[in-house]
Design a protein around this ligand. Structure first.
Ligand code: CUA
Length: 322
């Protein structure tokens, strides 16, 4: 009996954490959370009433339950009550979740790619100030507008703790407003099947205090740091010699590829491989030689012809790009 009870309670453990619509950390998610609870509780009350009436209709004496078959009960309970409840819910839902007014403090373009997220922080004139990937940092308490695009197929952008989900459609820009209300780390996930490793297309949103965010932004605008140690210099040379720059950009070096994530500050990101592995030298090395095992069908080839020393050096170099 206790076992069954524990099993029934198990789903509740998913209600808190970094990726839960029931643990909101942002304005839009809080509104959706309130609406969800109104629906859960309202539906439970109506279910209880219907079950109660059913028992009454079966068990009560015929002369006492006769009113249930009357016109008033059928028109009132079967027609007027649903119309009133659903109309009230519609109006309440629309008012609760209406978009906030006013210009955003910050604008980003997020592009869904098979199977990662390209993130461009935009200048006021629409140009790109700097690019990153699979991670969005934003200031707490300030509205941020995301322009959602796709480079290939339909993806869907969803950070349940911050906002509802919105599709990313090729050739069409959708707009999503995020307002994080408390600092923290929130996980997002592609919510539209987009082929192959769709299930491993995750990202993180990191909400920072505004001053902390400004420091981060100033650092991101800078090109990659010049290596200080000889080992890191060798890692950069190996990175460029292996041809990584054909796909990846590291600003400040000859690497200027546009098809894969910008790595200028990859060492400062939480995860690599679109939310797959924490950014550590060991995981970077594993990704370089065995990414098709870690995330089958992703578009990067495995560089398993590099020597162990070269792989370690490249991983150390990338980890140093903070
Ligand atoms: Cu991208 Cu599913």
């Amino acid at each position: 009996m206790t076992g069954i009870l524990l099993l029934l309670l198990l789903p509740l453990s998913a209600c808190s954490g970094v990726q839960s619509a029931l643990d909101p950390g942002g304005e839009a998610a809080r509104q959706i959370g309130v609406l969800s609870w109104v629906l859960f509780i309202g539906a439970a009350v109506i279910l209880a009433a219907v079950v109660g009436l059913t028992v009454y209709a079966v068990r009560a004496e015929p002369r006492r339950r006769r009113w249930l078959a009357g016109e008033a009960a059928i028109v009132g309970g079967g027609l007027l009550l649903p119309i009133a409840v659903l109309t009230a819910l519609l109006v309440y839902g629309l008012l609760l979740t209406r978009p906030a007014a006013g210009p955003p403090a910050l604008r980003l373009r997020v592009t869904g790619e098979q199977w990662w997220w390209r993130v461009d922080y935009l200048e006021p004139d629409g140009g790109t100030a700097f690019a990153t990937a699979n991670e969005i940092r934003l200031p707490v308490g300030q509205p941020v507008e995301l322009l959602l695009d796709s480079a290939d197929v339909i993806h869907s952008f969803w950070v349940p703790s911050l906002a509802g989900k919105l599709d990313m459609i090729p050739g069409h820009t959708n707009r999503l407003r995020l307002l994080a209300e408390r600092p923290g780390r929130y996980r997002g996930q592609c919510a539209e099947y987009c082929g192959g490793p769709h299930g491993r297309m995750a990202f993180h949103v990191v909400a920072l205090a505004p001053a902390e965010f400004d420091l981060w932004r100033q650092a991101q605008v800078q090109p990659a740091a010049e290596p200080q140690a000889e080992a890191i210099r060798q890692g950069r040379a190996a990175f460029l010699a292996a041809g990584c720059g054909g796909c990846h950009t590291v600003r400040g070096t000859a690497a200027a590829g546009r098809v894969a994530p910008d790595l200028t500050h990859v060492g400062g990101r939480l995860f690599i491989g679109a939310g797959l592995l924490p950014t550590t030298p060991a995981n970077l090395a594993a990704w370089i030689v065995a990414n098709q095992h870690l995330k089958p069908e992703n578009q990067m080839p495995e560089f398993d012809l590099l020597s162990g020393d070269e792989v370690q050096a490249i991983a150390a170099y990338l980890a140093s790009l903070r």
